[in-house]
Ligand binder design. Structure first.
Ligand code: FMN
Length: 213
């Protein structure tokens, strides 16, 4: 599956088949998470895999009574370690980077699960004290999300999303294109020409390097 296709077709799934998941697929998700970019490559995250039925029920409670969560056979709880980027980047690292990076890791996992035919839902509405108590999470780190994972038992239509024109400015804040397709078409001719020139240049450089070898 191409990344764009995965991003366009992934949906939050809240109904799961009562079948287990191959652990290799959880492994794929963790591999994808592991390769997420992070400032200074500090990787300020930990992941807790939960399969135990009783614990899944407790987590459903902790997630503000979202009991459907416990029917997902596997959960991954994503925990941010803000102290890591704080050491190098101060307040920005502590308050922003660690959480941004966990978010990026989550999206990597959601897309990977989707490619493997799994359904997921990113859940961040929870009683933090309850969740940390149940999972024994220490005070210096912060749970940011629980990912409910399972084989989907529902087909979800895409929810409404803003048009690109409504969420994108060009070159500076406030200057929007009325029709992004037209803007893209106009600029793409120019860009295509530059790409063609660039590729020719790359070919020449590669040939030159080949001769030097
Ligand atoms: C930070 C965050 C918190 C979320 N928390 C919940 C949640 O607690 N419960 C839930 O059912 N969905 C939750 N979601 C999923 C959103 O409801 C969902 O992404 C949104 O409705 C768009 O649907 P889509 O994921 O199918 O595009 C959360 C998503 C994000 C990014």
């Amino acid at each position: 599956m191409e990344v764009l296709h995965a991003a366009l077709t992934r949906r939050s799934i809240r109904k799961f088949l009562e079948i287990p998941i191959e652990m290799e697929k959880i492994g794929h998700m963790l591999e994808a998470a592991k390769h997420t970019p992070s400032a200074g490559n500090l990787q300020p995250w930990k992941f807790i895999i939960i399969t135990d039925e009783d614990m899944r029920k407790k987590l459903g409670e902790a997630c503000l009574q979202q009991h459907w969560i416990s029917r997902a056979p596997v959960h991954i709880v994503v925990v941010a370690e803000p102290h890591k980027p704080k050491r190098f980047y101060g307040e920005r690292g502590e308050k922003l980077y660690a959480f941004l990076e966990c978010g990026a890791a989550i999206e990597n996992m959601l897309l990977t699960a989707h490619e493997d035919g799994l359904g997921t839902c990113w859940v961040s509405a929870f009683e933090e004290d309850m969740l940390t108590r149940e999972l024994g999470i220490p005070g210096n780190v912060k749970p940011v999300a629980l990912i409910a994972i399972g084989y989907p038992d529902e087909i979800v239509s895409p929810p409404p999303k803003f048009l690109i024109e409504n969420i994108t400015y060009i070159e500076s804040w406030g200057s929007s294109a009325k029709d992004f397709g037209a803007y893209y078409g106009y600029t793409s001719q120019h860009v295509q020409r530059l790409i063609k020139e660039g590729k020719l240049l790359l070919k020449k450089v590669t040939e030159k390097l080949e001769r030097v070898k």
